[in-house]
Structures are given as structure tokens and as C-alpha cells.
Design a protein around this ligand. Structure first.
Ligand SMILES: Cc1cc2nc3c(=O)[nH]c(=O)nc-3n(C[C@H](O)[C@H](O)[C@H](O)COP(=O)(O)O)c2cc1C
Ligand SMILES: CC(C)CC(=O)C(=O)O
Length: 346
């Protein structure tokens, strides 16, 4: 019998915690403020139940999804997270190897400890997307876009929820604000990365500067989802940054339905935050996400066991999602529909 994802994740998380410097563990694990949103992301999934369909003869299942920027062999992507070499010496190269082996998409963060060209070189056929923050200096942003294009990235992800960074008590308590000697945010070497609150016109100029599909990440308000479509975004990512920005926002799964309704099928919607099981993947898809992103589970796999640990997370998630889909009578992710999710009071 295949081990359940929660067992795999619990073990990898414990191993990661034991392996990591407690300061770095807290950087990865922590959230903003009281960490209410961090907890709510997972709790909100637990309040939803699935209402399966039966007798649908679904023995020929296909988990893959097509997105602007590539195909994923299952509706699970690796969300962008910073500083993978803090988790494991192989850093982003290990994550990229595991993503390529699983046939899924790695959204590589601008704040990676490996230059993007080295990340994409792991497997030139793999779909790697590049996440960036629009910066105050638009020439610097343009330079980052060129770097991603030259590296062969298949899409850009613009993170919109960080006009300033969230306040992380754990990091403040440890006095953590710099990478240790020997590690650097390689894509940003020698660049002025000052952030500033930006506007739609910055996003427009960024979009016009590239032929790559541009996703907007960090959307929680349906009016912003509507604007994202109007401004030519290839897709919208519902995210509260894993509870690391404003600690007063809805759990991402609770924010999803209104965004899906506003977007109304014009572009795909992705979701991240608190996805910890195949059932969570199924719930998000049923509520209208085309795929989900996972952040911390990848970091725990990476810290515990390098590429093999990330592979263990991805394959356990694939297996569990396939199992849930089978039990729900689905052949493909598209067979999961909103009527199959019910809210419980639990
Ligand atoms: C340690 C860490 C670093 C992150 N760094 C980034 C980043 O550089 N850019 C970004 O858009 N999101 C970043 N995120 C947010 C993730 O992309 C994603 O929204 C979040 O981790 C999803 O929640 P989950 O960890 O519960 O799966 C980071 C999250 C964590 C935990
Ligand atoms: C501080 C950034 C480089 C990474 C980030 O977005 C995060 O830690 O949540």
C-alpha cells in the first residue's frame, strides 16, 4: 500500500526541522503577525467535504493540465519560494530536478540562491516559470525579464501582494535578515532591488515588454481578478503568500470562489496556500482552480532529502490526488465541479 501523503509529509517535516538551523526553519515555516492566516489556510480546507459521484466507470484517468506556459503532468505546481540553498546545499537545482522528473512546473523565485539560467539548464525540456516582484527601477525589472527569457523560462509570475514585505515575528526574534556568507540571491547580484508600491501601469509595461505569458500572483479581491483579465494577464494566482503578508486576509481556498466567478473562465485561476493533501488539491480544483501550488511541503522535502525528498512529496501528492479523483468518480481534474464540495461546520 502506498504511504499516505500526511505520513510522508509529517516524516519529511520532522526530518527537515531536525536538519535545519532553527533560524532558517523559522524563516521557512513562519508567517506574518500572529500567524492566523498561516493556520487558516490549512484549517479552511479541513472545513470542506467532498461529495463524490458514483458509477462513472473512470478507470482511464488522466491527471495532466495545460496552462499558458506549459503542461503539468498533474494539477500541482511548485510555488515560488526564496533561498533553497538555506534548505539544502543542492538548492534550486535539486528542486528543478525533482520538478522535471515529475513532469510538473517549477515556478522559480527571483530570490533564488541559484541563477535562473542554471535552474533551467537542469532539463531544457522542463517548464520553468520565473517569479518576480516589479521593482521601483523599471530598467532593473526589464533586466530580470530578459534574464528569464534568455534562460528559456516559459512564463512570468508577477507577485503583486508585496508592496512591502510582511512582518515576521519569528525572523525579528532571531534577528534574521541576511543570507549567510557564501549564499546570495544570484539573479539580483549587482542590481538595485528597491521595492515600491506599484500600479497597473507598471504591470502593463512589463507585459508589453515580453512575449511570455504573464501570471499575476497574490490576488484575493475579485475586482483585482477582473482588472488582471482586462490588463491582459494570462492567468491569476489566488494566494495570500502562505500567510506571510497581511495577517488579516481570508484563507486562500475561501477567497477562491469569488475570484473564479469574476474571471468567469476567461483565463485559468491557480491557488496556493495550505495545500497539504490530495484531497486539498481536489477541493481547490472542484471550486474552480485549474491547478494548485505548493510552497512549504517542497521546502520540507528539500531540507530533509534534497531532490529525492521533493520527489517524494510530489509523487505522494500525485498518488493521493489520483486516489481521491477515483473515489470521486472523476476521469480528469475537469470532472471535479463545485457541486461536489460542501461546507461542514468542523
Ligand atoms: C519561505 C518562503 C519563501 C517564499 N518566497 C516567495 C517569493 O520569493 N516570491 C513569492 O511570490 N512567493 C513566495 N512565497 C510564497 C509562496 O509562493 C506561496 O504563496 C506559499 O508558500 C503557499 O503556501 P504554502 O507554503 O502553505 O504551500 C514564499 C513562501 C515561503 C514559505
Ligand atoms: C523576502 C522574499 C525574498 C521572499 C518572500 O517572498 C518570502 O519570504 O515570503
Amino acid at each position: 500500500m502506498t504511504e499516505s501523503l500526511s505520513t510522508v509529509l509529517t516524516d519529511l517535516h520532522a526530518k527537515a526541522r531536525a536538519a535545519l538551523d532553527p533560524v532558517h526553519y523559522d524563516y521557512f515555516a513562519g508567517g506574518a503577525g500572529d500567524e492566523a492566516v498561516l493556520a487558516a489556510n490549512e484549517a479552511a480546507f479541513r472545513r470542506l467535504a467532498l461529495r463524490p459521484r458514483v458509477l462513472r466507470g473512470n478507470d482511464d484517468r488522466e491527471l495532466g493540465v495545460e496552462l499558458p506556459g506549459g503542461r503539468a503532468s498533474m494539477p500541482v505546481l511548485i510555488a515560488p519560494t526564496a533561498f533553497h540553498k538555506l534548505a539544502h546545499p543542492d538548492g534550486e537545482l535539486a528542486t528543478a530536478r525533482a520538478a522535471a522528473a515529475a513532469g510538473t512546473i517549477l515556478v522559480s523565485g527571483v530570490a533564488s540562491t541559484t541563477a535562473i539560467a542554471r535552474v533551467t539548464a537542469v532539463d531544457p525540456d522542463a517548464a520553468v516559470w520565473f517569479q518576480l516582484y516589479p521593482l521601483a527601477d523599471e530598467d532593473v525589472t526589464a533586466g530580470l525579464v530578459r534574464q528569464a527569457e534568455d534562460a528559456g523560462c516559459a512564463a512570468l509570475v508577477v507577485t503583486a501582494d508585496s508592496p512591502v514585505f510582511g512582518r515576521h515575528r519569528r525572523d525579528r526574534a532571531h534577528g534574521f535578515h541576511d543570507l549567510p556568507p557564501g549564499l546570495a540571491a544570484e539573479n539580483m547580484r549587482g542590481r538595485d532591488i528597491a521595492m515600491a508600491p506599484l500600479s497597473w501601469s507598471h504591470v502593463d509595461r512589463l507585459r508589453e515588454s515580453t512575449t511570455l505569458p504573464v501570471w499575476l500572483k497574490g490576488i484575493l479581491h475579485p475586482a483585482d481578478a477582473e482588472l488582471a483579465v482586462e490588463h491582459g494577464m494570462a492567468g491569476v494566482i489566488v494566494s495570500n503568500h502562505g500567510g506571510r503578508q497581511l495577517d488579516l486576509v481570508p484563507a486562500s481556498i475561501d477567497a477562491l470562489p469569488a475570484i473564479v466567478s469574476a474571471v468567469d473562465g476567461r483565463v485559468p485561476v491557480l491557488l496556493d496556500g495550505g495545500v497539504r493533501s490530495g484531497g486539498d488539491v481536489a477541493k481547490a480544483i472542484a471550486l474552480g482552480a485549474t491547478a494548485v501550488g505548493i510552497g512549504r511541503p517542497v521546502l520540507w522535502g528539500l531540507a530533509a532529502d534534497g531532490a529525492a525528498g521533493v520527489t517524494a512529496v510530489l509523487e505522494a501528492l500525485r498518488d493521493e490526488f489520483d486516489h481521491v479523483l477515483t473515489l470521486c468518480g472523476g476521469r480528469s481534474p475537469a470532472d471535479l465541479t463545485p457541486d461536489m464540495v460542501v461546507r461542514t461546520c468542523g
